[in-house]
Each structure stands twice: as C-alpha cells, then as structure tokens.
Design a protein around this ligand. Sequence first.
Ligand code: GAL
Length: 436
Amino acid sequence: MVKMVYAVAAAVIITALIVGPAVWYVTRPPPEDVVEIYHWWTSGGEKAAIDALVSVFEDKYPGVFVKQTPVAGGAGYVMKALMKSLVLAGEAPDAFQMHAGYEGKPYFEAEYLEPITDLWVAEGWKDVIPDVVEAMVKFDGEYYSVPVNIHRVNVVWYNKDVLQDHAIDPATLTTWDAFFTACDKLVAEGHTHPIALGDIGKWADTHVLEQIIAGEGIAFYEKWVNGKVTSATDTTLVHALNTFKTYLGYVNPDHAALTWDQATARVITGEAAFNVMGDWANGEFIVPAVGKVYGTDYGTFPTPGTAGMYGLCIDCFQHPAGVAHPANSLNWIRVVGSKEGQDAFNPKKGSIPARTDADITKYGPYQKAAINDFRNATYMYPSVAHGSGAPETFTAELDDIMSAFVTDKDVSAAATALTAATTAASADYTTDWSLD
Ligand code: GAL
C-alpha cells in the first residue's frame, strides 16, 4: 500500500514535470509578441527615461516584450552607422531612435520607411504637436516618424555653489566676452579648467560650435543650414571659429577621454563650473542616484548670444518597412506619441514633451521653465550636430573637421574644410529653412 502511494506520488510529480513545461511551451507568448527597438540611451538619465517609456508600453500591451538594444555612444555616434548597415542588410529592428529632419531622409529616399500618416490622423497628433516639429517628420507630404521629445541644445549648465563662491552672476553671462571674463576670474582664483568638455565621439565639439554659430544671429544660422556659407573667409564664420578657439582655452585637457555625461558630472561635483550641452544633461542632475535640485544646486542660461532662441534636437521613432513585428512596431510608435508615454519619458530625460497637452505637474523646475521658453521663443533652429538641420553628406564630415580643430586650433583650416564640405554637399541641401 505504502509502495503504491509512493508510486502514485512519483507519477504525479513526473507528470507535472513533463506537463508543466509543455503547458508553458504551448501557452508562452508567441515569438511575434516582441517589439525590438534600438536606441543610444545608456547614461543614467537616459536609461531611466527609456525604461519609463517601456513600462508604459508593457502596461498597455501585456504579453508583448520590449527587447531593447541600447548602443552606447552619445548622440548616436556608434548607433547611426550600425543602423545603416542593419537596415541595408534588410534587418531593420521594429523601430529605432532617429532625429527629426535630415537624418531620416536617406532612409526615406531608399524606401526603408513606411509612411505613418494614417496613424498621425488616427491619434490626432497634428493637433498637439507644434507645426515646427511636425514639419520635420514629413517627407513629400507624408509622415514618417513621431517625436517623443524636444530637447533644447543651446544651454549652459552651471554649478551654483561654484559661481556663488566666485561671486559670478550667471545672469550677466549673455555674451561670449562676459562668459570668458568669468572664466578668467575662475582660472585666476584656482579653477584651472572652468569649462567641462567630454568629446569622445567628436560630436560634442560640433555641438559647441553650433551654439556659437547660433549666437552669431539667426540670419547667419539660417544661411549656414541652407548651405550658403561657402566662403572660407566669411567674417562671421571666422569670428565663430575664433570664439570656439578661445573657449577651448578653458576646457579640461582630458576632454578626448570623457563622454558627455562624464563632463556633465564634473559640473555636478563642482570640479568644473560650466558645461555646454543639450538638456539631456538635466537628466543626469536629477536622476535619483544624483538627486540635484534645479535652482538650488545647479542652474542654466542660454549659450551666449542665444537668449530667446530655442535650438531643437528631436528624438523620433519610425516604422521601418518589412519589420519582423509590424503590429507591435506600430503600437510602439503609438505609445511614443502618446501623452502617457511622453509624460513618463520626458520628466526623467530632461527634455520637454513634443506634445503641447502634457501634464506639466509631472515636470521638474528646469522643464517647467523650458516649456515656457519654448512657448515664448523668438526663434527656433534645428540642430545640425543632432542630425536635423543639414544633410548627412555634410554632417558626416563635420565631426571630423571640428575634432581636428579642437586639436590644432587652426581657424583658417577649419573654415576651409567646413565651407568645402558644404560646397561638396550642395545638391543635398533640399530643405529651405526659414528661421526668422
Ligand atoms: C542626442 C539625443 C538625446 C541624447 C543625446 C546624448 O543626440 O537626441 O536624446 O540622448 O544625444 O546621447
């Protein structure tokens, strides 16, 4: 009898061991219940933001697993090339991070993207996305991507204690001359490298030059993005490069070994006073492990000469043609463009939402101020460093030119190389930006 009980118990256990996995195998989410996305959000603030967006998706579509492939390298300097090769090989993921504007154009022209105009209409995005942003995600009258955010690029981040300790009033730093005078004071008082720069991947150099060019005035910026700055002796271009040269006199000598967020971290700790960076930097200050408070620990002002201007860097996702999980791809895009998705992502990212109907109470003080600045901006301009403002044939050269400049500080060589790159790409300047 006892033997019999053991035998039955053993049979039950064995059956359970066989049936359990079999039931799991049959009822497990089918392999198509995956959405594979690529992005380059790997810093503390960036990761917190994309994880929040993924949570919104997974709550809405339980059973669909978001397979994230994060490719480290700020501004996508590694991922952009990788994505080209994947897409060319017919292996586009279900969606990938891409900037608005020119960056999507080569994909559109090669017919690697499917229009999502129906989705734009069904989701009512046209009513809630500002025209200036909307215009940057359309090609030939059709929509090809949806923005998740609006980043401001023309921002100086500063450590409040450092400026207070050296009696520097940030409100006075509205011109590069005033800014450099403040840097001289910091240097004289022992802060040898007051400006933090982290230019691994080179793009952070381009980022700074771009803001200096914007500081030369919107008319010059417009001329630049329309491919009309073609003379190596252009006095405004030469002036901008000279400003950049002066700027470089105040940066940390180990800049080539630092990522953008390591440079921002130096402002967080007070090792440096200033960092020129887009407002993804805000995400680094506010990430819980750091926990700094805007207005108490750190502050911002527009890069000199750009008060009232809002330089735009806009992250989007799209629906590539022929993806493995088309329905999930579209649902991902739906969440990216949704109020809920944007209000989960942006408070952590540092940016403002692309939608105008966001729940402002969810945002911190920097972002509340930025939303206000965006609404009241006199001029907006598309970032070139972040893919929107100029054709890829030009931007592909730009980071190398700026990186060489940061090393040799040769204004004339840089002006020659920049204008030659513009001329070589002249046929590709197809957008006629009207910024003023
Ligand atoms: C920008 C991107 C931002 C931010 C930054 C640094 O190009 O649009 O979302 O991630 O790079 O990686």
